[in-house]
Design a protein around this ligand. Structure first.
Ligand code: MLT
Ligand code: ZN
Length: 466
């Protein structure tokens, strides 16, 4: 596709309906919009537009569609697959001013939000009404709900409560031609034709610009208990994960951390925690509406842990200890990324196959000589494998490592899984999509893309090459 390079006439057109502060063209400011949290990647946009209402977005899209100017939507840039990087230049459309919680419906347990609202802000806001928005990515303090919708983001609570997708009831979307549509209705049941709402969720900003999100809420479970279990053997920790669920417990979090992840996070944030307790840890939370339900669940979990050679179990007695344990877990990603250039693989397998995939990761790391840190949402079978470049030569990093990653993904597929559980395909996982999709899948997906976006101006070359 031959795109048109953005020029002064285009900027003049945008100046007709956008104010000066809504158009960014200076190099220094553009820099920030050319990166996200993915590796060390940088793609400078030609301009950034910061619309403040849906009609402005509609006008921008209509114009860009007619003039073949690529548009890449962006939340707060915390993505881990390069989804908001403007790889074909053109415009970055920042949703940062779409940051309002429009309504909280306490009767129907729903919230309507704009896509630039920070995940944790919504969680806090609805909690004040004793309501609960469960999806909680590690970056919940900075990631936006629009970005969460784009990737169907997850987080620790998904093991009990599901991912973003399970909470999206309806969307307002601006299509690439500028048309504004509702994808569904603000109801809990909807059996009315194809589910356009769910098609948009996880489409990584390639089909339309989400401008309003109706979310389902739950009653807030006010009580929880948090345990940190240390194991000598990481495989024992992995084996314990399905056993906890098989014992009839659905924890509200069931997270895995290897020793190095815990050490890095603990040292970097000077968290008082003895990191010599084990080679792997499970962070296990149970929640309830009534405190009396917690202890029986914990007793069962203790039993299962003991059957799996647990070495030590710490119970977070107070809010400060809970916060400390969660900080250890939530900081790992960020700390690892400061350590070295890295690649993060978002492997997901059926939960019973965790020991197999963990074992295989170790095998590959020895075979290909890479160093990696594993942590993640064990209860979902979703392990993040952060591969560190450190002193690895550029040649090995670029030529050899992709072979190991491909083998890793092939193993995920063989174990009933896939290549991303919650970070998306975006740019960096694109070369591996053929591990899980056959030509017919690409044909169907490209067909959908071309109906929504026949000129391929919206977030081009993401998920697959157009
Ligand atoms: C996490 O679970 O910590 C997040 O997905 C972020 C990350 O892995 O970097
Ligand atoms: Zn995660």
């Amino acid at each position: 596709m031959d795109y048109k390079a953005l020029n002064a006439t285009d900027i003049k057109y945008f100046e007709n309906f956008l104010n000066e502060h809504q158009i960014i063209t200076d190099k220094t400011s553009l820099n920030k919009y050319g990166r996200d949290y993915t590796e060390d990647l940088f793609f400078e946009p030609s301009a950034v537009l910061i619309p403040e209402n849906v009609n402005e977005i509609s006008q921008i899209m209509k114009y860009c569609n007619e003039h073949l100017i690529p548009v890449t939507p962006r939340g707060s840039g915390t993505g881990l697959s390069g989804g908001c990087l403007p790889v074909k230049k053109g415009i970055v459309l920042s949703l940062e001013r779409f940051n309002k919680i429009l309504s909280i419906d306490t009767e129907n347990y729903q919230a309507i939000v704009e896509p630039g609202v920070i995940n944790e802000d919504l969680q806090n806001k609805v909690q004040a009404f004793k309501m609960f928005y469960p999806p909680d990515p590690a970056s919940k303090g900075s990631c936006t709900l629009g970005g969460n919708v784009a990737h169907s983001s997850g987080g620790p609570r998904c093991v009990k409560y599901g991912t973003t997708r399970d909470y999206v009831l309806n969307l307002e979307v601006v299509l690439p031609n500028g048309e504004i549509i509702q994808t569904g209705a603000n109801v809990l049941k909807n059996s009315t034709g194809y589910n356009l709402t769910q098609l948009m969720v996880g489409s990584e900003g390639t089909l339309g610009i989400v401008t309003k999100i109706t979310l389902k809420l739950l009653p807030y479970p006010s009580f929880n208990t948090l345990l940190m279990a240390a194991f000598d053997s990481a495989l024992d920790a992995c084996r314990c994960v399905p056993a906890i669920l098989n014992a009839g417990i659905i924890p509200s979090a069931l997270e895995f951390m290897d020793k190095r992840g815990v050490e890095l996070s603990t040292n970097s944030h000077q968290i008082g925690f003895d990191t010599n307790q084990g080679n792997a840890y499970l962070l296990i939370e149970v929640d309830a509406f009534d405190a009396d339900y917690l202890m029986p669940q914990c007793e069962k979990i203790y039993e299962v842990l003991e059957q799996h050679n647990v070495k030590n179990i710490l119970i977070a007695e107070d809010a400060a200890t809970k916060e400390k344990f969660w900080k250890i877990r939530r900081s790992i990603g960020e700390v690892v990324k400061k350590l070295s250039i890295y690649k993060e693989e978002d492997t997901v397998v059926t939960r019973g196959n965790l020991p197999e995939i963990y074992d295989y990761i170790n095998f590959l790391s020895k075979e290909y000589g890479f160093d990696c840190i594993c942590y993640g949402h064990a209860g979902d079978g979703n392990l993040h494998v952060n591969i560190l470049k450190q002193n690895m030569s550029d040649e090995k990093w670029e030529q050899e490592l992709p072979k190991a990653i491909r083998l890793l993904f092939e193993k995920c597929k063989a174990l009933g899984g896939t290549i991303s559980g919650e970070h998306g395909i975006g740019l960096v996982q694109k070369p591996y999509l053929d591990v899980v999709f056959q030509p017919i899948h690409f044909h169907l997906m490209k067909g959908i893309k071309s109906i929504f976006d026949p000129n391929n101006i919206l977030n081009p070359d993401k998920i697959f090459n157009n």
